[in-house]
Design a protein around this ligand. Structure first.
Ligand code: FE2
Ligand code: FE2
Length: 132
């Protein structure tokens, strides 16, 4: 079962690199979600969480670079949003690895909700600037 399904209506930004990378993020979030459903051992979960966070961090850097190149006005605020998710998820990863936290349905849903609101609210906002 998939946690996230990318649709142009819900997640399309009209910026091709962003749409491609968002789909890659969703695929890797789905892999993580499936591992949890299957009851995978902590090392497997942590391994996939690290892969996912690597992909997310690379995507955020890519967006930030493009926004900066185009002098996008929302750059600073957008960057803070990215930073907050990475900090939260990195702290979670450390706790999961230490056996102090379990990857729960609620955590997966929180990550899903973050993307479901960030993409339409923040990413779509740079569409015009990045396509100019
Ligand atoms: Fe994005
Ligand atoms: Fe973003």
């Amino acid at each position: 079962m998939s946690l996230m399904t990318w649709t142009v209506e819900q997640h399309g930004t009209n910026v091709s690199f962003a749409d491609n990378e968002h789909q890659q993020v969703f695929q890797n979030l789905n892999i993580l979600y499936d591992l949890r459903i299957e009851g995978a051992e902590t090392p497997k979960i942590v391994e996939q969480l690290k892969i996912l966070l690597g992909i997310v961090a690379a995507h955020f850097s890519h967006e930030e670079h493009e926004m900066q190149v185009k002098n996008f006005i929302g750059y600073e605020r957008h960057k803070i949003e990215h930073y907050e998710l990475i900090s939260t998820c990195t702290a979670m990863e450390i706790k999961i690895q230490a056996g102090e936290l379990e990857l729960t349905e609620r955590i997966c849903q929180l990550i899903k909700s973050w993307f479901d609101s960030h993409i339409p609210e923040y990413d779509r906002a740079y569409s015009q600037a990045l396509n100019a």
